[in-house]
Design a protein around this ligand. Structure first.
Ligand code: SAH
Length: 487
């Protein structure tokens, strides 16, 4: 049975606290207490060097020897942090007899107070306790809160603290204050603080306080966010936070459903997907693509102008074959605020999830990210450079034109037995890796009916997938004797 506990935040400034113990746990406790302004008295026969330093510097007071009751004279709290259960219990008993709150590290029964798991953001502290029932659960919760709230929460609290009197004077009535806070927190304030745009944050605050609610609300913005290749675990923390705040999400078809699930439940989701969601498609259907891109620009502007926080969510990274640059140009031209959150691009994700180190001391010293619709070859490519040895090619494209690619690379000097790995649906549960050598590239892809999205890796490192793969199914096909020779 667990006992109900009463949570409290103690003001220990200038107050004496006893820590019994001279090891790393005592060190950790002493550090936290010092941070809270307490005067630390540390009792132990021997101290680890870090603690001796603190004693020498006069930061803490040392009582040498084994625990005696006198150590408790004049203290408000005590923490028993020795590795001797009997000593810890003695501290607890003596302390409790004197009505001093005692925490025994890792001993719920003997403790009269617990130290919660906590998340700190400036003056804001979130404390979590499971009442000793499940410390691991509390820890897990703490981790999820750590990811949920970034440092801007602290900056927000600081700003509100500095403006407290002004808010009270302006809005003496509690209901009005509440409405003001709702309005304020729904606005761009926190995003501005996160980006370190202090002056604009202050302006946003002033505008909200000036009851200029309408104008304040109008200031929409666009975040260009890389969603990564599919596995939602590869979304960045920043990306997750921005998604949480979005009113409208314009996403490509390439963005996985699992990532979209992380959006705020009442956010408006708009699929602006281009079939291949890739710059390469423009070469085959220039007009389709152009109109899709125009529509995306129009939607971004429309929603940002309506005061919405818009997320433009793209597969992989927004600046790698993602037309992110053009979208920012459009926003800039129309004076819309924007930010960019990078994502894990397909080449990096597919390589990682297929067990292919893109560079390797023995095989490849450089990496090229390329795309082109190779069949029509509208873009002149520097085939000679692409065919160089000791480099890895990561080819973003559909799965057509592989025969042309093979011919050109071999024609320009790349060995026909260079290994390749074609990764379909990289990082997703249905990931497949098809392996082979340059000479049989097109045949292997056809034989296994590889479909988009797929990323092609060409180079000696591709053969390593056979040995280093760890995610999903083993590679289909093999890269022949080449790998054995290379290894
Ligand atoms: N901005 C994206 C690339 C867009 S171009 C990025 O940084 O990843 C689209 C191409 O990316 C696809 O044709 C495919 O070659 C590749 N791609 C994207 N996601 C992929 C995935 N999960 N698995 C394999 N290839 C992927």
């Amino acid at each position: 049975m667990t006992r109900a506990l009463f949570p409290l935040f103690a003001d220990l400034h200038g107050r004496e606290v006893l820590v019994v113990g001279g090891g790393t746990v005592a060190l950790r406790k002493a550090a936290a207490l010092l941070e809270a302004g307490a005067r630390v008295r540390l009792g132990a026969p021997a101290l680890i060097p870090a603690l001796s330093d603190w004693v020498a510097e006069g930061r803490i007071e040392h009582r040498p020897g084994r625990f005696v009751e006198d150590w408790l004279d004049g203290v408000w709290l005590a923490i028993a942090a020795t590795d001797d259960a009997a000593v810890n219990r003695a501290v607890a008993e003596a302390g409790t007899a004197r009505r001093i709150w005692v925490n025994v590290v890792d001993d719920v029964e003997a403790s009269s107070f617990h130290v919660p798991a906590r998340v700190e953001r400036g003056p804001v502290q979130i404390a979590i306790s499971s009442g000793g029932a499940a410390p691991m659960l509390a820890r897990h919760l703490r981790e999820s809160l750590e990811t949920r709230y970034d440092e801007s929460l602290g900056a927000l609290a600081e700003l509100l603290a500095a403006q407290r009197e002004r808010i009270r004077a302006r809005l003496p009535e509690l209901g009005a204050r509440r409405r003001f806070f709702d309005r304020l927190l729904a606005g761009p304030l926190q995003a501005l603080l996160r980006q370190g745009r202090q002056a604009e944050a202050q302006q946003a605050f002033d505008a909200a306080l000036g009851e200029d609610a309408a104008r304040q609300g109008e200031r929409g913005s666009v975040a260009l966010v890389g969603a990564g290749p599919g596995d939602p675990g590869l979304l960045t923390l920043r990306g997750l936070r921005v998604l949480n705040e979005a009113d409208v999400i314009l996403h490509d078809r390439l963005v996985s459903a699992e990532v979209l699930k992380l959006a705020r439940r009442d956010a408006e989701l708009i699929d602006v997907g281009k079939q291949a969601a890739c710059a390469a498609i423009e070469l085959t259907h220039p007009t389709d693509h152009q109109s899709t891109q125009q529509r995306i620009h129009a939607l971004m502007l429309e929603h940002a102008r309506a005061g919405k926080r818009v997320v433009r969510l793209k597969g992989g990274d927004p600046f790698v074959f993602g037309r992110g640059g053009e979208e920012l140009e459009a926003l800039r031209e129309h004076g819309i605020d924007y930010e960019v959150v990078p994502g894990v691009t397909a080449a990096l994700a597919c390589a990682a999830y297929a067990g292919i180190p893109l560079t390797h001391r023995d095989h490849a010293q450089s990496l090229r990210l390329v795309t082109a619709h190779l069949k029509d070859s509208a873009e002149p490519l520097d085939w000679r450079a692409l065919a160089l040895e000791r480099q890895t090619l990561a080819v973003y494209m559909g799965v057509s034109g592989l025969d042309v690619l093979r011919d050109k690379l071999i024609e320009h000097g790349r060995a026909a037995d260079t290994p390749f790995a074609l990764i379909e649906n990289g990082s997703r549960p249905n990931q497949r890796v098809v392996a082979g050598t340059l000479s049989n590239l097109a045949e292997r892809a056809a034989e296994h009916q590889v479909r988009s999205p797929a990323l092609l890796i060409i180079g000696e490192v591709a053969a390593l997938s056979e040995r280093l793969h760890w995610f999903g199914r083993a590679p289909l096909g093999d890269t022949g004797a080449h790998y054995a020779a290379a290894a």
